[in-house]
Design a protein around this ligand. Structure first.
Ligand code: CA
Length: 686
């Protein structure tokens, strides 16, 4: 009787469990994506919903109990480079990407690997990536997992086993395009952009049939050669805002990250990047706004037709991209309910636009800004300071090319009404590169990276403050409600929840929870390597999990960032629950004591120039890398002995360091080595 009762109970439990977790896989279809904000348990698209809010209604973990958060599981990606993806969670599986566009499907309860797919990107492609060989995640739709690959491929994988169902080359492989952004799926089409505006490409966004991989449409963000027919009337109009022979430089305007979709208005929003080259005087010598650089575009998702545009930085000369998070919500402004789109682009102003028309509602600085005094409400244009285009000598401007906000995503909490922005304070001495010559496929900035004459700080400009600050921004009042400065470090993307929480990582390897209303620090954990990716959260079997990728690579242009962050810990996916385990103490490698080696000043200067041109993109400006990519001042002695073998012969190619055989001569490599060793020697004197 006892046994029978138990087995009856077992059957009942089985039935209950089966009916909860239906044996039919849940399908991520158009309805699921449209209602993603209402589904509390899952995370179906990169920023959680089409409005890209990164807000979860889950509240099992809240401000009163977050201090009990511990590790549920962690998964080692065995990599030392940047991890920037937000994990998606559907039907008990967590999907994330690591560097070199490798996809992982893990059991979301345990972290056990279900499958992985390595697109086997040619490591030589690493030199095309301006900002490390990163990837920001996948898209899910009807049993398929879509990923953009660094080398320009878009692949559709079977969600069950990771088998490739189709794969298309979305770019001309002769051009230095890269893909690092997450695809989005709207009404059966997979949307993907690309990067490469530093390398002289022409930006565009493409839509592919989700089922077959057939190209449905492509929208170029800048006009091509005007002697050939324009692709559409929007580009014909745009061409009137360019002068000279811009198409020979590519033009730029790459759409390498942000998108959002309003199903009711049926508008797809896409952010576009900087000009190529950076300096407008070279790209478009007669001036002009250079549409559609640094703009927010509203497109028809069925056809790619441009409905409206708003250019945040007309005639960009500063790498002030508008590729940062696009966030849709409804706000009551001046007693009127407005359907808005919000963005904190690199240029330092927070924009609130009417998302149906593109009309500017408000724009105010969310960080220190010196290149413009404000945004004119009537024209929607920034009021540039007279020296902004650095036509004579060196001009120190804020923000610098790293932007007041970069790719690290922001989030919006409807309860607090606040936008949580990872802000960074950066300045840069802009000056024209007098020796600039366009060279396809290499850095084309026409901005000098190591100007001979250091600029005087402009009157009234404050000294650089903390590099990274988490800002809780009120988009109605256009002012900060609270902010958390990080002395000496950048900060990561944000997640906010109905539990009155904001989660964010830091460059010095912490993952932190704050109260969303007041910014009180409630919990933190040390993960040993910078945490720049945005977290996500999900619920399974009645348990809420928070998950984040730790692993910081990429370019670091922010001066004064914390060298301690260069600790070498492997990149991991960390997943937390209430009453989880304490993470194991992080082992960091002690840095080697620098040694002094004398070199001729001219050789060192040549090395500094060559380094700035060829190496700074990955290893950091002025040799200051605080990411996962090596700070070359701290390499093992064998690295310096083996230097030509590494740089020219490609000894570290398997680790992603490309060969520069076709690009650098041995004497140039020797000068870079002299520069590195001289800078290394300086460290011992500090
Ligand atoms: Ca750029």
């Amino acid at each position: 009787m006892h046994t029978r009762a138990l087995s009856a109970l077992a059957i009942l439990t089985t039935v209950a469990a089966t009916s909860c977790t239906s044996s039919q896989p849940k399908i991520v279809d158009d309805a699921a994506l449209r209602d993603a904000s209402k589904s509390s348990a899952e995370w179906l698209t990169t920023a959680r919903d089409y409005s890209e809010t990164r807000y979860s209604p889950l509240k099992q973990i809240d401000a009163t109990n977050v201090s009990k958060l511990g590790v549920a599981w962690s998964f080692n990606t065995n990599s030392f480079r940047g991890l920037e993806a937000t994990p998606l969670i559907s039907d008990g599986i967590l999907y994330a990407t690591a560097n070199w566009s490798v996809v992982y499907a893990l059991d979301a309860r345990t972290g056990a690997q279900r499958w992985t797919w390595d697109p086997k990107v040619d490591r030589a492609q690493g030199k095309r990536a301006c900002c490390d060989v990163v990837n920001r995640g996948v898209a899910l739709y009807k049993g398929k997992v879509y990923v953009g690959v660094l080398d320009g491929r878009l692949a559709a994988l079977d969600a069950k086993d990771g088998k490739v169902l189709w794969s298309v080359q979305t770019t001309d492989e002769k051009e230095a395009y890269t893909i690092t952004g997450a695809p989005r799926v709207v009404k059966g089409k997979v949307l993907i952009g690309n990067g490469g505006a530093e390398m002289g490409v022409r930006g565009y966004v493409s839509a592919y049939d989700a089922e077959t991989g057939k190209l449905a449409w492509r929208f170029y963000t800048v006009p091509g050669d005007p002697s050939k027919p324009f692709e559409n009337p929007a580009l014909e109009k745009a061409a009137k805002t360019w002068t000279g022979e811009w198409w020979k430089y590519g033009g730029g305007g790459t759409a390498w990250d942000s998108m959002a979709y309003d199903p009711e208005a049926d508008l797809l929003y896409v952010g576009t990047g900087n000009g190529s080259p950076w300096n407008r005087d070279v790209r478009s010598p007669g001036g002009g706004d250079n549409l559609y650089l640094s703009s927010i575009l509203a497109l028809r998702p069925d056809t790619g037709e441009l409905v409206w545009h708003y250019q945040t930085t007309p005639g960009d000369s500063w790498d002030y991209t508008a590729v940062q998070s696009l966030l849709l919500t409804d706000l009551t402004i001046d007693g009127r309910s407005r359907k808005v789109i919000m963005q904190a682009p690199k240029n330092g102003f927070f924009y609130v636009l009417d998302r149906l028309t593109g009309e500017l509602i408000s724009a105010e600085p969310y960080s220190r800004v010196t290149w413009a005094t404000g945004v004119d409400k009537k024209t929607g244009r920034p009021m540039e300071v007279p020296v902004a285009h650095y036509q004579k000598g060196v001009v120190l401007l804020t923000p610098g090319p790293e932007g007041a906000h970069n790719w690290q995503p922001m989030s919006f909490n409807p309860t607090t009404g606040l936008v949580y922005i990872p802000v960074q304070d950066s300045s840069f001495p802009y000056s024209r590169d007098a020796q600039f010559k366009y060279a396809k496929g290499k850095w084309n900035l026409s901005v000098a990276w190591a100007p001979d004459a250091p600029p005087e700080p402009p009157a009234g400009s404050a000294p650089a403050g903390p590099a990274g600050t988490l800002v809780a921004w009120d988009p109605v009042l256009q002012k900060a409600r609270w902010q958390i400065p990080y002395v000496g470090g950048a900060n990561g993307g944000t997640l906010t929840t109905a539990g009155n929480l904001v989660f964010e990582g830091t460059a010095d390897g912490r993952f932190v929870a704050y109260s969303a209303d007041k910014g009180e620090k409630l919990w933190e954990v040390a993960l040993g390597v910078g945490v720049m990716a945005a977290p996500s959260t999900y619920e399974l079997d009645g348990k809420q999990y928070v998950t984040v990728l730790a692993g910081w690579g990429g370019v670091n242009l922010v001066k004064g960032t914390n060298p301690a962050a260069a600790n070498k810990a492997e990149g991991r996916i960390w997943t937390f629950v209430l009453d989880g385990k304490k993470p194991e103490p992080v082992k960091s490698q002690p840095r080697l004591a620098p040694t002094a080696i004398p070199f001729k000043a001219a050789l060192v200067a040549e090395g500094a120039r060559t380094y700035a041109e060829w190496c700074a993109a990955c290893h950091g400006t002025g040799l200051s890398s605080s990411g996962s990519i090596a700070d070359l001042r701290y390499s093992a002695p064998a690295t310096y002995e083996n230097f030509p073998n590494i740089v020219i012969e490609g000894a570290y190619q398997t680790q992603g360091m490309p060969t520069f055989k076709d690009w650098l001569k041995p004497d140039q490599v020797a000068s870079i080595r002299a520069y590195i060793l001289s800078e290394r020697a300086k460290l011992s004197k500090q």
